[in-house]
Design a protein around this ligand. Structure first.
Ligand code: GCV
Length: 719
């Protein structure tokens, strides 16, 4: 009997062990597996043989927990976190306020320079002994420093002579969840919403805590829980209790909660006859509502608002401006310290103008009329998160208004949950673009971080790609985009390669050869997507509604600017949207220096050529080929790049755990199939205008245009 029991216990232990080791991607970049480099382990163990965290706030408690979990995992030995300085060399963590030891170190000047959220990581002598120090002015800064320190261990850096100081360039670093209260996620491709509204506030899913840990580790300090296509129900007491439960979980991690405000809420919830922002009853309703919210969540961040856009209600329903709407909300939030993030993603069916121009036309005249706690949130480009867009002309055009960047992390137009597209190069492309607003060097990044125009508030929002899939993001490489967004929101000067390296080491492998191979895959992946979907400045060619596959033939829809033909303008002469003076003149919304470069087809970068110009099929491109041939080459090149990624990934078999290797391998096979679908469908369609053959040496389309036009994915996610 005893033997049977022993055997059963062994059996259970074995399977528990196996399940603990499941490589399902849940742990994101916070895996904390024991390091394999013996020399480094020895060094770490020697210099980190005692940890002192003085202070007991909720955030410092989280710091202790994370240090314990991280260091025990990485070093493979248990650690004790003390309140007092141990005799030997040690890690000292805290603020001058929480820790007498940190106070004694005399870091005042250095700490002054890192501000409220920044931190120092130092190797410092104290009373003749060597210490590693994580110091900050606030507990939140300590938390960020702790995650940086753990990252150093995870990525196997030398920690003998640390002299790091870091502080965020952008003040508000925020995720936007387009999550509905029924748990569907608009443009979400990783399952249902992680917010389990039905079970809240009583059931706190471990995921909420792990979500907060992951976000804090990359410096995210805010989350908008609900879809910008908003439901006013979230503002009712029933839901506010649920929101409060989430806010309570996130608070120790330095993450504030925000909600989307449906502009017509005073009518829907308050039974008022109007939502006119200048109506005293409406103002009073919002004031009461805001006061009520703060009784639940004393540090509530504020509202994100989508108004008068794609059917959403807004101030224009009452002949009021966007500023009237934003300011009314800002006024009631201001005494509580809340802010308004008012989206500039607006376009009007009744304005028969190039959609590219509409946000600028509406918002530019409002510059200087917004209250101090309003930020206007602008998408990276003027259309809608296309695989490549030139930067939005509003950047640099509203110097008196803090403009917030809105990036889309979820890959609505870049293969959604199945394609590998590392987005850091795309984010960087926009951030480093020069607006010339105040002469050369007036980059979008400087507009967004507030430094160009000296704004007190600044922000970057990323539309989240997170869902309740076990690995959070559907594609394992989708995690890299969440990671990259946070890292760039903290410091937009980081390089895409550097961010990829960190992520790969923490997520997949630190072996130099596999790391280099994965980095190469990642760095070329977004350009591959651009090439097989929308090369040379083409845009908005996707299938109706689902936005997954190709649909360059889409026409005759309720709005012209919801069709593809509106954007590519293919005809027997050529291809592309003339946005110069002879066309829509959207170019006039940019600074003269930008106009001069992009306005001339010979100096316009080929990457955005067809965005701004209608180009003849036989026009010569930089490669010496005609436009038609170049297009064929680019589409084919996109497919080839995916095949190259497949080859690289296959070569990594055995170096990556089986589970994730197999998963990515399958996704790459889907991507290759989809890339051919895009290439073949688009080339066959454009060929009906160009009437030219696909160059002999390139692969021929597999199927007919009619066949491609009939493909209609059923129940595609995210709609
Ligand atoms: C949340 C695009 C998307 C919509 C999204 C909208 C927006 O149109 O397809 O799903 O709505 O952008 O950003 O408001």
């Amino acid at each position: 009997m005893k033997k049977v029991l022993q055997f059963s216990l062994l059996f259970i232990a074995f399977f528990c062990h196996l399940s603990l080791k499941a490589e399902d991607g849940y742990r994101l970049w916070q895996r904390y597996d024991q390091l394999q480099n013996k020399d480094l382990l020895k060094q770490y163990r020697q210099s980190l043989n005692g940890v002192v965290v003085q202070g007991s706030s909720p955030t410092l408690t989280v710091v202790k927990e994370e240090l314990e979990m991280g260091m025990e995992g990485l070093l493979g030995s248990s650690i004790t976190i003390a309140n007092q300085l141990p005799k030997k060399a040690s890690l000292v963590v805290g603020t001058p306020a929480s820790s007498p030891i940190i106070k004694e170190l005399g870091l005042e000047q250095k700490l002054k320079e890192v501000g409220q959220e920044g931190y120092l990581l130092l190797s410092q002598k104290h009373k003749g002994k060597n210490h590693t120090v994580i110091a900050a002015n606030s507990d939140k800064g300590v938390l960020y420093g702790t995650f940086h320190f753990l990252r150093l261990l995870q990525t196997q850096q030398n920690i003998q002579a640390l002299n790091i100081s870091s502080s965020p360039k952008t003040k508000l670093r925020i995720l936007n969840h387009w999550d509905n209260l029924d748990r569907t996620v608009e443009r979400g491709y990783a399952g249902f919403s992680i917010w389990d509204w039905h079970k809240l506030p009583d059931y706190i899913d471990q995921r909420y805590i792990d979500y907060a840990r992951a976000n804090a580790s990359i410096g995210i300090n805010g989350t908008v829980l609900t879809n910008v296509n908003a439901n006013s129900l979230v503002l009712t007491p029933e839901y506010l209790q649920k929101v409060k439960a989430l806010a309570d979980v996130f608070r120790p991690y330095g993450i504030k909660v925000y909600l989307t405000a449906r502009f017509s809420s005073p009518i829907e919830l308050g039974k008022l006859k109007t939502a006119d922002p200048l109506d005293p009853a409406v103002k009073a309703w919002w004031k009461n509502k805001v006061n009520e919210i703060y009784t639940y969540i004393p540090d509530f961040g504020g509202f994100t608002v989508k108004a008068n856009s794609e059917g959403q209600p807004g101030p224009q329903n009452y002949n009021r401006s966007h500023a009237d709407g934003a300011n009314m909300l800002a006024e009631v939030l201001a005494p509580k310290g809340g802010i308004v993030m008012w989206r500039a993603f607006v376009y009007d069916n009744n304005v028969p103008d190039d959609r590219h121009k509409q946000a600028y036309t509406e918002f530019k005249p409002l510059d200087g009329t917004f209250q101090g706690n309003v930020m206007v949130q602008v998408k990276n480009g003027a259309i809608d998160f296309q695989p490549r867009e030139p930067f939005h002309p509003l950047f640099g055009a509203m110097p008196k208004t803090p403009l917030m960047m809105e990036f889309q992390i979820t890959q609505e137009y870049l293969g959604q949950g199945t394609h590998l597209a590392y987005l850091a190069p795309m984010f960087k492309e926009t951030l480093t673009a020069d607006t010339y607003a105040k002469g050369k060097g007036s980059t979008v990044a400087k507009v967004v971080d507030g430094s160009l125009d000296n704004h007190a508030i600044s922000g970057m929002a990323g539309v989240a790609n997170i869902g309740n899939d076990i690995n959070w993001t559907s594609h394992p490489f989708g995690q890299a985009n969440w990671y990259a967004f946070g890292r760039l929101a903290w410091d937009h000067e980081l390089t895409s390669e550097g961010i990829a390296d960190e992520w790969i080491k923490m997520t997949f492998s630190s072996a130099p050869s596999s790391q280099a191979a994965i980095r190469t895959m990642m760095m070329g992946s977004r350009e591959a997507v651009v090439n097989y979907m929308t090369p040379m400045g083409l845009h908005h060619l996707m299938g109706w509604s689902h936005h997954y596959g190709p649909g360059p033939w889409i026409k005759d829809k309720p709005r012209a600017d919801w069709t593809s033909v509106y954007y590519h303008r293919a005809d027997e002469k050529g291809l592309g949207f003339d946005r110069t003076k002879t066309g829509s003149n959207a170019l006039s919304q940019y600074a003269p220096e930008v106009q001069a470069q992009w306005g001339n087809p010979t100096t316009c970068p080929e990457e955005v050529l067809l965005w701004f110009h209608h180009v003849a099929w036989d026009a010569k491109t930089k490669s010496g080929r005609t436009l038609w041939d170049e297009l064929c080459y680019r589409y084919s090149g996109g497919v080839d790049s995916v095949r190259a990624m497949q080859k690289t990934w296959n070569s990594l078999e055995g170096q990556i755990d089986k589970e994730r290797h197999q998963q990515v391998k399958q996704y790459l096979a889907i991507q290759e199939k989809d890339a051919r679908w895009w290439r073949d469908a688009c080339l066959l369609y454009f060929q009906t205008f160009s009437k030219r053959p696909i160059p002999q040496e390139l692969e021929k389309p597999q199927g007919t245009l009619e066949q491609f036009m009939k493909i209609e994915p059923k129940f595609a996610p995210g709609i």
